[in-house]
Design a protein around this ligand. Sequence first.
Ligand code: MG
Length: 160
Amino acid sequence: MIPFRVGLGYDVHRLAEGRELWLGGVRIEHSTGLLGHSDADVLLHAVCDALLGAAALGDIGHHFPDTDMRWKGADSKGLLREVVRLIGEAGWQVGNVDCTLVMERPRIKPHIPAMRAVMAPLLGVAEDAVGIKATTNEKLGYVGREEGVCAHAVALIHKR
Ligand code: MG
């Protein structure tokens, strides 16, 4: 058996007025925020799914169903911590993650160092094992119309 696995994560949340914008565990000042049962941190959700996928442990909706009031308004950093604990229980630890946010506004680049600093300790890795990129969708489609934000992630996990 090879001592490592890779996983893929993908998530979308709708943008709405009157919501806080949380991305990568960091609150970002903006006129709209993401709608969801939890804090709707689309980036952390994609990372959670990449990790769960790598360990073949299902997905975030299975572990934290939106019908469960425990997760209402939940801080997604807590969800990520729980995912890392779950894959740890299965004998895995995080090698690295890489992710891409797709959104038009605001500019994400200035916030990336803060996101990496928040995510690295949750994942139990050094900051240089947390890749975060952001791109616009060239004003195309739902992302281009600023109706929603999309995130992609990959993760490598290895046997402890
Ligand atoms: Mg989500």
